[in-house]
Ligand binder design. Sequence first.
Ligand code: G4P
Length: 532
Amino acid sequence: MTPQLTQEVYVAAKKRRTFAIISHPDAGKTTLTEKLLLYSGMVRTAGMVGARKSRKLATSDWMAMEQERGISITSSAMQFPYKDIIINVLDTPGHQDFCEDTYRTLTAADSAIMVIDAAKGVETQTRKLFEVCRLRKIPVLTFINKMDLEGRPPLDLMTEVEEVLGIHASAVDWPVGSGSEFRGVVNREHRQLLLFTKTASAGASRPDLMELPLDDPSVKGRLSPYVWNQLKHDLELLEVAGNPFSLDAFQNGEVTPVFFGSALTNFGVEAFFDAFVKLAPAAQGRLADTPDGQEVFLDPAETPFSAYVFKLQANMNPRHRDSTAFLRVCSGRFDRDMVVKHHQGKGKVRLSRPHSMVAKDRNTLDVAYPGDIIGIINPGVFQIGDTISLTDGFNYKPLPQFQPEVFAHVRPADTTMRKSFDKGLNQLILEGTIQILRTLDDLDFFIGAVGRLQFDVLEFRLKSEYRVDVLLDIMSYEASAWLEGPVETFKIPSDEVIVKDGRGRPVVLFRSPWSKNYARKHNPDHTLLDMG
Ligand code: G4P
């Protein structure tokens, strides 16, 4: 790379914030995303609310999937400027059956925003997604939402984050009142108070704000005695007992900065976004393996263009039977129609018709930099986790698979449809919706998935995209694990079975999680892995 190009990529990477929003359904992820678009000037809120409503209808009715997919595609990743920063926001499916999809998507993020409902605290899905962030050492910012409704005391919520998630929580902002008395937020470091006055347009535009030093003599008179006393008490307590905030500790995943607000009314939202772009890391480089087994860190600005595939999706547009590969750019500059090396396929590929998404529009993309997500037409050669680059000589870390927990034999209802059935099934295996498993003698195969919903998706997509009705016989296994150690010496409970996955690795299927624990205890020389 020329010094000029390195400098150009360095500056572009520094400007990027690539992140995912994680939350339990209904905590306010969609509303917060809309507000990010609103504050960046990308949309009028009214239009987006309509889209959300239709999406909600569709998610509650999975068979209306055409519509559902129409929306989820547009939100796979969106790019837009926010002030002088370029935002890449990744969509993580909320349903727990899609945790594998979410996992892969999170590998493409450099940070995450965790949205918590102030009345509900840390919920199950949030906990699971947080675990994934911890596993990947992704720094997490916390936004405690719905402060305009009666919720739990902020100090309780901070304690819950610490105890349930096992991370230090450090309040950057502190709420002034809550529920109908939610009046504003205090920035603790600068001791500045932001007071909100309600907007007439119900959250469609910025609220009117008044900014005052906390020590301003007029502050006390502007708040009710209860709110003022509570605020003083909380702030004093935080000074003594609260966790300090350090950028290093945050970026190492040891502490989460906490903010409070209401995505619906916009209160506290802009202050949060401004802090987010300051704190969240810019586009990060990734670790890779060299052919001789060395681990290398590839600097985003010094390394010529490289990227990896974190998501595949076929038939996004029913009128064109195409397949899109989503790439995370890790280093260098991407140029449209570039010819790159496909490391796993060993050949060269032209990256044609690249695009990015802004709200509902697909935009053709001419250049992209580290942190950016590009969708390209998949010429049928890519698999999830594949690396592409200009230089070759390394592979980004393979993306792990989650242990399947539901299993089924599957076949076409009409045997003359076998060819279409095979084609559709292969496509869904490639996309990672389901996993294929075979008996060790190769005489039989069946499918596994993390959740039952993925089988519904399989049935629906084979029918709508490949015109095949399928018959599914659900099997009675409920747990599985990848087996490390010699298969011959593994002591297996009598009614369990060892099979192999799509890459030929041994997988043990168990009738129950209990039986898996039993096998784990009785095979101390073997390892049973939950992620392969
Ligand atoms: P999700 O993507 O995390 O699933 O949540 P979403 O943003 O769709 O929000 C879930 C519900 O919570 C929505 O209400 C939304 O309006 C509401 N909500 C989000 N943020 C806030 C907030 O800060 N304060 C209050 N009071 N409500 C909030 P809904 O009735 O399900 O949908 P809608 O009719 O408002 O679209």
